[in-house]
Design a protein around this ligand. Structure first.
Ligand SMILES: Nc1ncnc2c1ncn2[C@@H]1O[C@H](COP(=O)(O)OP(=O)(O)OP(=O)(O)O)[C@@H](O)[C@H]1O
Length: 213
């Protein structure tokens, strides 16, 4: 699978943003397996971009295509199916079910399109240091713990592209590196891509292409 972006620009941005950006207004082609790093200062449209790429919002000019699927022309059912098999995401605002336990949040996602057996949940949670939190309600976990839950949840499904919007904002370096390592292993096992948007360059992400938003 490949992701083609053509002359993308949020409708609420001035056209002049294309002049300084390496993404907005450009034609880009990312093939499955590439590691894409997008450095984006606050307010440069990082969340807008990641939401556009997930088909969450359509208030943009230009075009986004996953193979032959033009996101602008994809109906809700086809979009759900495209996401289920090909696109996973860690939202900046996480979007866990607050009144479900950590285990339930992960298991609900796993069951939608199982890529891993159930046991993998506890194994990944242990690896990221939140094993003891599995029976806790998501809303009672710290933001950094919830961030790790959202990361593991994204790894429960098959994908060709994993979209990350500032996934480590509440994690210390050690925990960020552990989470990155897990995501890299899982992405490589699928021969997939990561599209990683963050405020700054993170040294432990081995990107193949680097863009400034
Ligand atoms: N629907 C919208 N209508 C108008 N302006 C918007 C809309 N969505 C976002 N913006 C504006 O576009 C700019 C970029 O927002 P966005 O959330 O994409 O940035 P960001 O780079 O993710 O920022 P941060 O790092 O602070 O989360 C902001 O100035 C925001 O107010």
């Amino acid at each position: 699978m490949q992701l083609a972006i053509s002359k993308l620009l949020p409708t609420y941005f001035e056209k002049s943003r294309s002049e300084t950006s390496e993404i907005w207004g450009k034609d880009l082609l990312w093939k499955k397996g590439e590691m894409i790093k997008i450095v984006a200062p606050s307010g440069s449209g990082k969340s807008s971009l990641i939401n556009f790429l997930y088909g969450m919002r359509k208030d943009y000019e230009g075009n986004i295509r996953y193979d032959q699927h033009d996101l602008d022309k994809t109906d809700a059912e086809s979009l759900a199916s495209l996401r289920k098999d090909h696109i996973s995401i860690v939202f900046q605002d996480l979007r866990l079910f607050p009144h479900q336990t950590v285990q339930e949040n992960l298991e609900i996602k796993r069951q939608l399109n199982p890529y891993h057996p159930k046991e993998k949940i506890a194994e990944m949670a242990e690896r990221l240091g939140i094993g003891k939190k599995l029976p806790s309600l998501a809303r009672t976990c710290s933001y950094g713990e919830q961030q790790r839950v959202a990361i593991i949840r994204a790894l429960m499904q098959p994908f060709d592209f994993l979209l990350l919007d500032e996934p480590f904002s509440h994690l210390d370096n050690r925990n960020s590196e552990l989470a990155m390592q897990l995501m890299l292993e899982e992405t490589r096992a699928r021969q997939a891509s990561i599209v990683f948007a963050d405020l700054e360059r993170i040294e432990f992400f081995p990107f193949t292409s680097l863009y400034h938003l």
